[in-house]
Every structure is written in structure tokens, then in C-alpha cells.
Design a protein. Structure first.
Length: 442
């Protein structure tokens, strides 16, 4: 057999233990070695390594561990491809869960059983199924890169079934609670922040990252372009969560009025602060113009709930309340998806499935009204002595009624609920596409 040329690698047998060794030179000058019981085994490894080198991919190593691979993956791939907060979350998962359990295992020898054992231990320690599946998801994403780089032949994390999810039902404000909350925050320094979160459904980071240049009070619109995050103790404006999170939403008249009042208050605070004011252009800031800290906002929000005698909610539950109230009024899930900035309408439907059964009943009632309309009209004609039209006829009569634009209050109670008609007052039924339907409080 002829001698191998340069950059073709070498194969030899160790005299000490008889094992076969294949070696290849890396571009950095480092020699990488592969071991096996037979010459054919190491020859296959050498061929694969040479192909990776020719394709410009990392050369797999017998001794590459899961821990070393994950460190390189975080440094070279994740850091430059995700938002800073997401990167910190991945780092936490790798350091706290993956490296302690799997870090010393050779990457090529990682098995589905290893991953399954990790998940079983974390569940036994009390982590939620959702959290454990997130750990598996981070490993699965990392191993997908390992496959593309030719470091492994399969993604063992993808071969493991996720733990059985425990569905936690969302219980946001119902219309009565929403009205009580709006009454409780009247005059609060952060009243406009809470109202925007409830009426527009902004995520907390999106609301805190809102700048005045993103708000057009004359047009009554608001553009979501950034989110505020605190990373390593420093506030930063980062890209929104997803591509669809970048959106423009329309504001109700009450929200616009609240933002006008909030801006006037902020200008007064700026005059009082004088040279201490930090101009970041933020809509919602401290009394010195600095960014608001999310945990502090949440604590203040929950204090308002306690004082008002309302049940405990997360700040994010204001977003859930916005979606639930819109859906309960018959607003299309597609429209709600656009308002919330969800990536897919299925996410909206799955998240707020507790509202959907009510909508299904209402849809059936509407179809029944339409199909029986001629009968009801005939009955009304045949009984002119009746002083009251049948209920169905009254509903059908509304088909010719002009429907006010979304966001306008309907009826004499206009303005009673501070969201400009998003949720009707008790007993008031919203007009949706010309039909009068009951307003669900689920």
C-alpha cells in the first residue's frame, strides 16, 4: 500500500494496546485522532473526517464531549442568532441541567436513554413538565446543529417523547373584573401603562420599550418596534419576540385620551427633574426618565390588585384578558392574532381555547336565526295584533342596522367601560355583524 499524501491523514496500530489509530491534521495545526478495534473501523472514521474537512464543516472527534460541544454551540451559533434574553436562558439551561448530567458523555455516544434519564430525574425533583420539555428542546436544537455539522448521525433528543403536559387554564379578568380594575387604577401614575396593556394586549417588555416616536396620537395608532430587556444589569431595547410581533395596532379613544394625560404628567415630571432627567424617549419611565424595571412594575401592579380586592394576576395576564375579551365579543381569531402579534392563528386558538366553545354555541345560534328568519317574519305578518315581535324577528331586523366601527361603544352606556366599547356594561349585548348575541363572561 502506497504512502498517503499530505492532508490525507494516516492510519497506524499502537504497539502498547494493539488499537488502531487514524489521525488527521486540522487547519489550526492540531492533530485529531480516531480510535478503533480494527483498521477498517478507523478508516471509515478517517474518510468521514476528510469529507467534513473538504466540505468546510467541523471534523467530528471521538473525544468530543457533550459539554464541550454545547459550549462551542452557545459561543459560535446561539449568541449571534437569538435575542440576548433568549441566549441567557439557553446558557442557564446548559449550565444548570445539561452539562451536570450529560457533559462528560462523548457526543457520539449520547443515547436517547441518557436524555430520558435526565428528564426523569428533573421531573422527580419537582420541575414542571413544561420546563423539562424546554430543557429537552434546547438539547434538541443543539443536536440539530451537530447533525448539520456532521458531528453525529442522529438527534437523540428528538427520539425521546416529551413529558405529558399539564394544561394550566388561563383565568384572566372577566368584564366585571376588568371594569373594577380600571376604576382602581384611576389616577395612578401608571394608569396609562395598565390600560394600554389591557386594551391593546402588549407584552410587558413591548409596553416598557414603547417610545413616543412609536405612538401617533392623532391617527390613534401605536407601532411595536422594540421590547425593553434588562441584560447583565443594563437596560436594552431589543427586537420584538417574533417577526409578527412587529406590528401597528389601533387605539381606542379612551386609550388615546389616557396617553395624552400621561404625556402631560410626564412633561411636568421632566420640568421638576431638570438636569436629573434622562431623556430616553420612553412613553413609560420613572420620574427621572429612566426605564422602568419589569419586576418593580409587576409588584406595583399586584399591589393595586390587592387594594382593589381583585384576585392575583401576572402582568402578562392583562394580555390574556385583552384576547379573551375580544374573542368573547365575536372578534375574528385572525384579527386577535394580528393585535397580539402571534406568529400563527393556531397559537391564538390553542391559547384561548377556553373561549372557543362559547363562540361555537353563538355561531350555531346565529345560523339558526338566519335559517328561521322567513318563518319568524311570516308569523309577525300573520299576527298584526301582537304588540311584540318574536325574538328571532327582532334579531333579523338588526341585519339592516349600520354597525359602528370596532372600538366605539354601543348604546347609552357609552364610556361606562373605560376601553371605549371593548367590553359592554353588564346586560348590554354587543352588535356583531348586525346580530345581537349574548356577551360571554368566561
Amino acid at each position: 500500500m502506497g504512502k498517503r499524501g499530505n492532508n490525507e491523514g494516516s492510519i497506524y496500530q499502537q504497539g502498547s494496546d494493539g488499537r488502531w489509530v487514524a489521525a488527521i491534521s486540522h487547519a489550526t495545526g492540531e492533530r485529531r485522532r480516531f480510535y478503533g478495534a480494527t483498521r477498517a473501523e478507523v478508516a471509515r472514521k478517517l474518510t468521514a473526517a476528510l469529507k467534513c474537512q473538504q466540505d468546510g464543516m467541523p471534523v467530528p472527534m471521538d473525544r468530543e464531549t457533550v459539554g464541550r460541544f454545547l459550549a462551542a454551540w452557545l459561543r459560535d451559533t446561539v449568541r449571534i442568532s437569538v435575542r440576548p434574553a433568549t441566549f441567557e436562558g439557553y446558557v442557564s439551561i446548559v449550565r444548570r441541567h445539561l452539562v451536570p448530567e450529560l457533559g462528560n458523555i462523548p457526543l457520539v455516544r449520547l443515547t436517547p436513554q441518557d436524555v430520558q434519564a435526565l428528564m426523569r430525574r428533573r421531573l422527580a425533583e419537582g420541575l414542571s413538565p413544561r420546563r423539562v420539555d424546554y430543557i429537552r428542546g434546547v438539547l434538541r436544537r443543539a443536536l440539530n446543529h451537530a447533525m448539520r455539522w456532521g458531528l453525529v448521525g442522529r438527534n437523540v433528543a428528538a427520539l425521546v417523547s416529551p413529558p405529558r403536559a399539564v394544561m394550566v387554564e388561563i383565568e384572566p379578568f372577566d368584564p366585571d373584573e376588568a371594569r373594577r380594575f380600571l376604576e382602581a387604577i384611576r389616577g395612578d401614575r401608571l394608569e396609562a401603562l395598565y390600560t394600554v396593556a389591557l386594551a391593546v394586549g402588549l407584552r410587558q417588555g413591548e409596553a416598557l420599550g414603547l417610545r413616543w416616536q412609536d405612538v401617533d396620537l392623532r391617527a390613534g395608532t401605536l407601532a411595536v418596534r422594540h421590547a425593553l430587556q434588562r441584560i447583565d444589569g443594563v437596560f436594552r431595547l431589543v427586537e420584538p419576540k417574533t417577526r409578527r410581533s412587529r406590528r401597528t395596532v389601533h387605539l381606542t379613544a379612551v386609550v388615546v385620551e389616557g396617553l395624552h394625560a400621561h404625556r402631560a404628567r410626564q412633561l411636568e415630571e421632566r420640568l421638576r427633574a431638570a438636569q436629573l432627567w434622562e431623556d430616553h424617549g420612553l412613553v413609560f419611565s420613572t420620574e427621572l426618565g429612566r426605564p422602568l424595571d419589569a419586576p418593580n412594575v409587576t409588584h406595583r401592579f399586584q399591589r393595586v390588585l390587592r387594594q382593589a380586592g381583585l384576585r392575583r394576576q401576572r402582568f402578562h395576564d392583562l394580555r390574556h384578558a385583552c384576547a379573551s375579551l375580544l374573542l368573547a365579543q365575536g372578534v375574528s381569531p385572525r384579527v386577535v392574532m394580528e393585535v397580539l402579534g402571534h406568529s400563527q392563528v393556531t397559537l391564538t386558538l390553542n391559547t384561548y381555547s377556553h373561549v372557543i366553545p362559547t363562540l361555537g354555541r353563538e355561531a350555531a345560534d346565529r345560523m339558526d336565526q338566519l335559517l328561521t328568519a322567513p318563518v319568524a317574519a311570516a308569523q309577525l305578518t300573520n299576527h298584526p295584533e301582537s304588540n311584540q315581535a318574536p325574538p328571532v324577528a327582532l334579531s333579523v331586523a338588526l341585519l339592516t342596522q349600520t354597525v359602528p366601527p370596532f372600538g366605539d361603544a354601543i348604546g347609552p352606556e357609552k364610556g361606562l367601560f373605560e376601553l371605549g366599547g371593548l367590553v359592554p356594561a353588564t346586560g348590554l349585548e354587543p352588535v356583531t355583524k348586525g346580530l345581537r348575541v349574548p356577551c360571554s363572561t368566561n
